[in-house]
Design a binder for this molecule. Structure first.
Ligand code: PLP
Length: 418
């Protein structure tokens, strides 16, 4: 069994220094794999929570993207999960990157990615981060307000800009709306283009984000139609737009009825109608949760249990106390389980999709797991109470490994399960 202490930390990106280890797993179900891992943990008297990462799943998601939206270039939103193994796979598959900050840009550049493969997709940029982008030839960025245009003029005057618009949030029905903070309302667009022109800035396209976990693909369609209008308007200001960025928001959780497949049908149709390939417009997107969600399963240890009993709260009621014998279950009101993770750690969003898989009746020392926790989990984790973030343990199913041999360059240290 691998030693969990040698597994990579999810925030370091030292692929050149140390080969990440990936276990080739014979055809086991996820549950069987977890049982095997947790048995090994028990034998080593270890009880830290950990992530199991099926790297094959990331490749499958990429293939799905290519199949359903072949004309849309994905720029993966690093904020969603910056696990170095995930990033390395996406880099080698040819996916580009949406970075929100200097540190994210640095992370991707350090991995040897060409600056042209990066969009600095934060509409509100710290000056130091903007200067960093300029110094490192990251020229592709976005804006949605007048102040930002002046900032860009001062610190990155030759940047290629996309005007981020605010989509009709109602029709998107997204679980996390971004439009309150980001995206220019339609009424501001003409003014922003006028200011950009007066500053001789190179505005070359439109971007939008329908909000994360978009439950209604009509939101994409409406935003694509709105973008087309802005492409036309831009001509009046002497701009000939070349790019449309349809943002992120693509659902990934299999618990949701709204699937990527459904969104892709609507998006493809809208793009075909308003931005067909012969228009020459480059179509890009910024998927975040789409890529990592399903690959990550978090395994948690039950570190304690409290039986809460019915009855009065009088500590001197000794008669009642006698009823509290351990075996007596008749007066149990509820049982509280304590795990070594929390909403301040990697499971902040767990309350949204609470699919808990229990391996056996629970007692301290038992393990439970939650599937599909690859998005906005590790990146949001604090070390509250000094509980460490879960380590990632990477694996690939043997069958899938055989299928991709020689087709995809995966620079990891693959080893067979003992
Ligand atoms: N792009 C931008 C600018 C974002 O703010 C976000 C998420 O907040 C994303 C892309 C990724 O979104 P999602 O994970 O919903 O695909």
């Amino acid at each position: 069994e691998p030693d969990f202490d040698t597994c990579s930390s999810s925030i370091q990106f030292n692929n050149a220094i140390r080969m990440e280890r990936v276990e080739i797993v014979p055809n086991l179900s996820l549950q069987e794999l977890i049982e095997k891992k947790t048995t090994a943990m028990d034998q080593q008297f270890k009880d830290d929570s950990f992530m199991l990462v099926n790297i094959g799943n990331i490749i499958e998601r990429y293939r799905e993207w290519k199949m359903r939206l072949p004309n849309v270039e994905p720029f993966y939103a690093v904020k969603c999960n910056n696990d170095p193994v995930l990033l390395r796979i996406l880099i080698n598959l040819g996916v580009n990157f949406d970075c929100a900050s200097m540190a994210e840009m640095q992370l991707i550049l350090d991995a040897g990615v060409h600056p042209d493969r990066i969009v600095y997709a934060n509409t509100i940029k710290a000056v130091s981060h903007l200067r960093f982008a300029k110094e490192n030839n990251i020229n592709h960025t976005v804006f949605d307000n007048e102040d930002e245009l002046h900032k860009i003029k001062k610190y990155h005057p030759n940047a290629k800009l996309a005007l981020r618009i605010c989509p009709d949030m109602k029709s998107c029905e997204s679980r996390f709306q971004l439009g309150i903070k980001f995206g220019a309302p339609e009424r501001d667009v003409a003014h922003l283009l006028k200011v950009a022109r007066s500053l001789s800035l190179d505005v070359m396209g439109v971007s939008f984000h329908v909000g994360s976990d978009c439950l209604n693909p009509i939101g994409y369609e409406k935003a694509i139609i709105a973008s087309k209008k802005i492409f036309k308007l831009a001509e009046k200001f002497g701009y000939h737009f070349k790019e449309l960025d349809i943002g992120g928001g693509f659902t990934a959780s299999s618990a949701l009825e709204m699937t990527f497949e459904k969104a892709a049908v609507t998006i493809s149709k809208a793009l075909q109608e308003h931005f067909p390939p012969e228009s020459g417009v480059r179509i890009i997107a910024e998927p975040g949760r789409f890529f990592p969600t399903r690959a990550y399963t978090i395994v948690l240890n039950i570190i304690g249990k409290r039986v809460v009993r019915k009855g009065n709260n009088d500590p001197f009621d000794l008669e009642h106390e006698n009823a509290h014998l351990y075996e007596n279950t008749s007066d149990i009101e509820k049982v509280l389980y304590y795990v070594n993770e929390s909403v301040y750690g990697s499971i902040g969003f767990i309350t949204l999709d609470p699919t808990l898989i229990i391996l056996k009746p629970l007692n301290a020392g038992d393990w439970i797991y939650f599937e599909e926790l690859g998005a906005y989990s590790l990146v949001l984790a604090t070390e509250f109470n000094s509980f460490k973030k879960p380590k990632c343990f990477y694996y690939i199913q043997e069958e899938f490994w055989n299928e991709i041999q020689g087709k995809i360059d995966l620079p990891f240290d693959f080893y067979n399960m003992s």
